[in-house]
Design a protein around this ligand. Sequence first.
Ligand SMILES: Cc1ncc(COP(=O)(O)O)c(C=O)c1O
Length: 385
Amino acid sequence: MDSLTRLHAARDAAVYQYSTLTAHAQNALVAKVLASGDLGMIGGHHVHDLERRVAERVSRSGAVATSSATTGIELLLRCLPTRPSQDRVVIPEVCWISVPTAVRRAGKAPVVAPVTSDLTPYWEQIEPLIGENTAAVILAHVRGRPAPDTRRIAEELAHRGVALIEDCAQAWQVTLDGPHVGTHGIAAVFSTQTYKLVATGEGGLILADDTDLLDRLRAIGGDTRLPLPNNADGRGNDRMSELTAASALPQLDNLDWLTSTLHELQLQLIDVLERSPTTRQVLPERVTARSSNGSLVGMWLPTADHARGLANRLFRLGVRHWWPGRGDSHLAENWRLTQPACHGLVDLRCYLDIQVPVLDEEHRAAYLELVDRALHDGSGGGEHR
Ligand SMILES: Cc1ncc(COP(=O)(O)O)c(C=O)c1O
């Protein structure tokens, strides 16, 4: 096989949509649900099984499955015991556009904390934003890596009686000093949207330990078997369907295999990126790579032009990546906030990450060569503006 054919074969063999790896098992379970006619959470058992299994994985007492993580965040904020004057919720500068919307729909105002080069805020960025009127802080573990300062943020907020919500939408299989992320605050929210490690199209889960809070979330979120709490302003429908849960369950069975497979290629990719002369920093570092879920390797480049040039070359070579260019919905500058935007500490346009595909061993060397080519062509940056 000539060199170009080898590279094209690697590109074509790369599996980026990990959910397809369990498509047969998902089909079988979804078919069973369809045949049973028990399509809704009330009357079925798959949503309940999913809740129990995810709570166990993350070491939380219970979970409530929702139609999306966004819905979960909104429901959670509605159910938190806060005073009416506590109308502010701190959210990170890198997250997702629907999070500030969920905050607003829950009757609160989002306040944005700037992020550092880990793409998450540290306590230093959050502390100045905390006041009498702060109801909660949402801390997101983004790009498949843990927010490094989670423990300190959790402790400081606990002292001040402010609720911490961990946004784990992108953090399936992410750990921090051993345990899975999602245990530090009052609750954590996971997503099963299409691009997540467990992907069902749409879906979410709220995890917590407080059984009263879990019951409240269930009752207000639409479980009509539970009495509505006296002070609730009504019952909504935030439920996950049985079909969604049936699609998620086989993916849970495969998660440990998936992350250990991804970690193998991720480590090799880290080496390739570290060898590039234009790389300023690689995330995660080799030593902490196993606390990430293996799905991404990020890098900081000297200028936005370098990052944009690399993004163009990766695109042409068919290597899946994310570069937060103009208008990107992950960035606070694009959220139409009513509060003035925070002053960024880092220029996010100098960041880029590459998604790690599931790839059989015979194609890995060629895949790494593809990435290496993109890194070394046009290393002066600035082309294709
Ligand atoms: C960090 C983060 N938070 C929240 C969400 C919202 O998740 P969902 O699409 O399930 O509502 C996303 C989705 O991409 C996300 O990346």
